[in-house]
Design a protein around this ligand. Structure first.
Ligand SMILES: C[S@@+](CC[C@H](N)C(=O)[O-])C[C@H]1O[C@@H](n2cnc3c(N)ncnc32)[C@H](O)[C@@H]1O
Length: 611
């Protein structure tokens, strides 16, 4: 999994943040357990030695490892034909400019049908219909080879039809597979109405796009900032486009099945988009077809979904097993899964979470936090002693002490968390300064003059810098330095630096424009704009934080009233594309807007860690 981006919306200043979770982790481990490619990746080295045609499509890297260009349709075609030959003994020719079947993914579908039949105790002579078999005739050929199932394969496209017939003949399977040319308007009816034959199941990989514009990617829902797909789409418009796309195609199948009823014992179809499942399930319910089920097919970086329904009560669909119900912080690529995981984090953070109206593609909740439990987590893990210090801080803030040295020492400790706070402060600041210019009280200190800047900044923050200033110093604005408020502000100032540092570390990349302004003894962080260069970068924009805002973060108060909340915000987990989930937060109320950034950043780090 990859966490791609967070950003503050432009239309509401820092009130809306988004985190995209792109589901690009290899899905192989979620392949069907009997899929032969689950634990055995294709061995390009071996295949290149054995098949000269395949050899032409692989390239070695510097270490000698062979690669295939998944964006080259010819290479994909060669890979599929080679795997069919090597692993199934099938001689298949795929027409150019037509869909190239991905063998491991096609196997997942066949294995699911095997499961349905097994769970329903369907044995003996098995016959299936493959609606739109393609030029490869891949499902019938593989199923006939694996299970000796008989097939009626239909095809609309002339080129595909001719090619499918030849592939069947080439493999001497005409006794098991019959390919039939069909007309556009119907899916199953024409084929079955004229015959008394019954079938055990039907399967279909429908044309997925609703029109040529969608096929060309002009009107699809893919967001601009997503990376290019891993492999090229090889399907031609004639085979990939149908009016209304896959939803209308499968709906037509559902309606036709109402007429055909048990002439086919199990109706199934694959869909290429998860969002297609909801309207199809709705249609089934509307038509009172209640014996239905869905499944997930996972392979490489691709996911597809299966939908099955039946009018035969003896048909039992295998218990739905989501690829992503691995809990306890194994990533789950569904809105429910991500929401579940986020709730676990919220529990750990003691952030109140109230569920709001949700549906399959959008889960809503309202979060309320009364104290900052998310900052400096890394440090807390590394230095449990700091926790004591922080607890100590919570206590001391109620103590009316005049010992400003203690406060300074503690403030330094918060940053350093070590026995030698001064050196650590230096390291912190150096690290921040190295990332870019630092602006203090409206003045910008260029990155080239780090050392000079550090001394000056340190004075303003009341932080000692090794070699330049004494270890313990008093703030210049002594008027407030002895007061409780000053101590908290000072502590928070340092804590704030620490947080910035942590954000920098967490963002996995170099930062530009760290702009931390100090205004007297108040911190005003006008803009923390962290743009990481890495793909898992974080871009947290425009956050406004003042020391006054931050004060409640130290109030580890027993009085957690709504009014004193540090952060109250909406959180939405949304399925925005098949392979993309977003976590969005929008501000409702609270005393520290920056905290919303921080909590989102916390999720980002945790999700990444657990991926
Ligand atoms: C997405 S392709 C799937 C091909 C193949 N089954 C596979 O999985 O690789 C869809 C196929 O359905 C065919 N097709 C479209 N409408 C059809 C219809 N009404 N009846 C039969 N085939 C159809 C297309 O020509 C195309 O070959």
């Amino acid at each position: 999994m990859r966490i791609r981006k967070t950003y503050g919306s432009r239309f509401v200043y820092n009130s809306f943040l988004k985190l995209f979770i792109e589901l690009t982790m290899a899905l192989n481990k979620f392949m069907h357990p009997r899929n032969k490619y689950k634990n055995k990746k294709a061995n390009f080295q071996y295949l290149a030695i054995k098949y000269p045609e395949f050899r032409k499509h692989v390239y070695p890297d510097v270490s000698g490892k062979l690669f295939l260009d998944f964006k080259n349709p010819d290479s994909l075609r060669q890979l599929s034909t080679t795997l069919m030959k090597e692993d199934f003994g099938l001689d298949v020719v795929l027409p150019p400019d037509r869909l190239v079947p991905t063998i491991p993914l096609r196997l997942n579908y066949i294995l699911w049908i095997e499961d349905i039949l097994k769970d329903s105790s369907v044995e003996g002579d098995i016959s299936g219909i493959d609606v739109g078999t393609g030029g490869s005739c891949v499902y019938p050929l593989l199923s006939a080879r694996m299970n000796k199932w008989r097939f009626l394969a239909t095809e609309l496209d002339d080129t595909n039809f001719t090619c499918a017939v030849k592939n069947v003949e080439r493999n001497q399977m005409t006794n098991l597979i019959q390919v039939q040319k069909v007309e556009k308007s119907v899916v199953l009816l024409d084929v079955l109405n004229t015959s008394a034959a019954t079938f055990t199941f039907c399967m279909c990989n429908p044309p997925f796009f609703m029109d040529n514009l969608e096929a060309q990617g002009i009107t699809n829902t893919r967001s601009d900032d997503r990376p290019e797909p891993h492999s090229v789409c090889t399907a031609s418009p004639t085979e990939s486009v149908a009016f209304g796309g896959e939803v209308e195609f499968v709906k037509k199948m559902i309606h036709e099945s109402l007429e055909l009823k048990t002439k086919v014992r199990v109706y199934t179809s694959m869909v290429g988009k998860k969002t297609s499942l909801s309207p199809l399930k709705e249609e089934l319910r509307k038509l009172k077809i209640l014996n239905f089920s869905t499944t997930e097919f996972c392979q490489g970086k691709t996911m597809r979904w299966g939908l099955g329904w039946s009018f035969d009560e003896t048909i039992k669909f295998p218990k739905r097993q989501s690829c992503f119900t691995e809990t306890e912080f194994g990533i789950m690529y569904t809105t429910e899964g991500v929401a579940y995981q986020i709730k676990e984090y919220l529990k750990q953070l003691q952030i109140k979470c109230e569920d709001k109206k949700s549906n399959e593609t959008k889960i809503s909740m309202v979060l309320t936090a009364y104290q900052n439990t998310w900052s400096n987590q890394r440090k807390k893990r590394r230095h449990p002693k700091d926790k004591q210090l922080q607890e100590h801080s919570s206590d001391t803030k109620y103590m009316n002490t005049n010992n400003s040295n203690d406060t300074t020492q503690y403030a330094a400790s918060l940053i350093a968390g070590e026995t030698f706070p001064v050196e650590k402060n230096q390291a912190n600041l150096t690290e921040i300064a190295h990332k870019g210019d630092i602006s203090v009280a409206g003045e910008t200190f260029p990155v080239e003059k780090n050392q000079a800047n550090l001394t000056e900044i340190a004075q303003k923050f009341d932080i000692s810098v090794a070699g330049n200033t004494p270890v313990k110093r008093k703030r210049k604005d002594s008027g407030s330095s002895n007061s409780l408020e000053a101590k908290i502000q000072k502590t928070e100032a340092n804590s704030q630096i620490s947080e910035i540092r942590e954000m920098i570390q967490n963002a996995d990349g170099s930062m530009d424009n760290i702009d931390t302004s100090m205004n007297g003894n108040k911190i005003k962080s006008e803009s923390i704009d962290l743009e990481a260069s890495s793909s898992s970068g974080v871009n947290i924009k425009r956050c406004e934080t003042t020391a006054e805002n931050l004060l409640p973060t130290l109030s580890v108060s027993n009085n957690q009233s709504e009014n004193s909340s540090l952060l109250k915000c909406n959180l939405f987990v949304k399925q925005i594309e098949d392979e993309m989930i977003s976590i969005e937060m929008s501000w409702i109320d609270g005393t520290c807007r920056e905290s919303m950034n921080q909590v989102l950043q916390y999720f980002k780090n945790k999700l990444k860690v657990s991926a």
